[in-house]
Design a protein around this ligand. Structure first.
Ligand SMILES: Cc1cc2nc3c(=O)[nH]c(=O)nc-3n(C[C@H](O)[C@H](O)[C@H](O)COP(=O)(O)OP(=O)(O)OC[C@H]3O[C@@H](n4cnc5c(N)ncnc54)[C@H](O)[C@@H]3O)c2cc1C
Length: 440
């Protein structure tokens, strides 16, 4: 029996969830009593929701349980920056491999098309915006990474545009950055609204349980999950629990959860928009430096800021962590928008990115009728969506070129256990953050 001791917490004020129009819609129920299902999926983020949808399509007769410790939209899937990224994204992703990049691009676009059609069909109000994405640099030392990124995009034939100086400042409403590479295919959303809308649109054969942390699991011919006041027994079990996978006995020595933090301001006033952002469309930028700041100007006229990394083996953030992040966010915000320096950061929260050693995800059968998908490395809105979809096909015995590509590229390197993991990860984090300078 695995006792699951590390369980998800709320980690601050969840800005996207709190401002989501669907926040008060009841989606699932709390799990009580004893239940029997054909398949249980633990984790209702983008990966679990996509897996549930595809499995229900493939096996309409199957009874499927989708279970989350929190409400849908309160996990990492609803805490992220809301970029649905089409181009291979990892700036430090190593040597370019054009064929590999094109296959990732195709899978990301498959996920975007899927999400778009569900958003349209079920009228999901998630501030969907085909805004594209900037990757920007302020520091001279980070311009080379931008050039490297642009060269790899061009080599693969992906559309992109380089912007500098005043042309860039006019697009963003700030002259903070020297240069940026713009890619048009990225989508920006309120991620909590999107994942909640997707969960609400699941077929009737999927039963959603929210606010229902799994406390323990037992293997056997039938898998058993234990809850406070209830159990689920299922023939097959899929774990899509992100950074909490190790506690379930999944993805052992393959993932390193890293906290990062985000803040969202109060909406800008009409006057602030008129004086500072006149004619500026909503936008989002990631940083040319992996330790740099992600920023968005949202359709509801808020500014979003994400930066700061922390290793927290307990898998939860302290008040001190959130306070430190808030201070850094204020600093990064004021540097970019000195004309808005008094603007209040209304929400500040933390969430985990599940990092692997080589950017590959865990996508595998762990044991008889036990499957695990985790390790989206900060790009899980698109990646979790396609991995969940193809995991359902894999569980159903299907094969396809896409599935072959995923399976061939799901071999994350070994990561040592504690305390070596913490020491090694802290060292790598320090290295990754060095040189970010004003791009934080
Ligand atoms: C601040 C931040 C910014 C990011 N920005 C982006 C971005 O812009 N674009 C992008 O693509 N990605 C981004 N990411 C990464 C993205 O959020 C993840 O890749 C994505 O959430 C992975 O989805 P998932 O469904 O695999 O896992 P998760 O979203 O982590 O879902 C796992 C679920 O499992 C549940 N769970 C865990 N333990 C238990 C238990 N014991 N019982 C029941 N349920 C349990 C959790 O509550 C959770 O809801 C960002 C992440 C963070 C934190």
């Amino acid at each position: 029996m695995h006792s699951i001791r590390k369980r998800p917490a709320i980690d601050g004020d969840l800005g996207w969830y709190e401002t989501s129009p669907s926040r008060h819609l009841p989606l699932g129920t709390r799990l009580k009593g004893d239940h029997r299902f054909d398949v249980a999926i633990v984790g209702a983020g983008f990966t679990g929701v996509s897996l549930a949808r595809r499995l229900a399509e493939l096996r309409p007769e199957a009874r499927i349980a989708l279970i989350d410790a929190l409400e849908v939209g309160q996990g990492a899937s609803g805490r992220n920056a809301g970029f649905i990224i089409d181009v291979p994204h990892n700036v430090d992703g190593g040597a370019a491999d054009i064929d590999h990049d094109r296959q990732l691009f195709a899978l990301n676009n498959f996920a975007i098309a899927q999400l778009r059609s569900l958003k349209d069909r079920y009228r999901i109000d998630c501030a969907w915006d085909d805004a594209g994405k900037y990757m920007s640099a302020r520091e001279d030392g980070n311009l080379a990474a931008l050039e490297h990124f642009e060269a790899s995009l061009k080599a693969a034939g992906f559309p992109c545009e380089q912007l500098q100086g005043q042309a860039l400042a006019r697009r963003l409403g700030t002259d903070y950055y020297q240069a940026a590479v713009y890619t048009p295919g990225n989508v920006l959303v309120n991620p909590a609204s999107l994942v909640r809308g997707l969960a609400a649109a699941l077929p009737k054969s999927v039963t959603l349980f929210e606010a229902s942390p799994v406390l323990a699991r037992e293997d056997g011919p039938v898998h058993t999950l234990r809850f406070l006041g209830g159990t689920v027994r299922a023939d097959a079990l899929a774990l899509t629990v992100g950074s909490f996978s190790a506690g379930f006995g999944g993805a052992r020595n393959r993932i390193a959860p890293v906290f990062t933090y985000a803040s969202l301001t109060a909406p800008l006033s009409e006057k602030e928009v008129a004086t500072c952002f006149n004619g500026v469309r909503p936008w989002g930028t990631t940083s040319a430096h992996p330790g740099g700041t992600t920023v968005r100007y949202t359709p509801d006229r808020r500014i979003f800021v994400r930066n700061t990394f922390a290793l927290r083996p307990a898998l939860r953030s302290s008040d001190a962590d959130l306070h430190a992040a808030w201070i850094q966010h204020r600093r990064s915000f004021a540097a970019r928008f000195p004309f808005l320096a008094e603007k209040v950061l209304e929400y500040t929260w933390g969430g985990m990115i599940t990092v692997t050693s080589n950017h590959q995800s865990v996508f595998r059968r762990e044991a008889d009728n036990l499957y695990c998908v985790v390790g989206c490395n900060g790009v899980g809105v698109a990646k979790g969506t396609y991995l969940g979809h193809f995991m359902a096909e894999y569980m159903n015995g299907m094969r396809s070129p896409e599935l072959d590509f995923i399976l061939a590229n799901s071999n994350p390197g070994w990561i040592p256990g504690e305390p070596f993991k913490r020491i090694g990860a802290a060292y790598r984090l320090r290295q990754a953050l060095a040189g970010a300078g004003g791009d934080i």
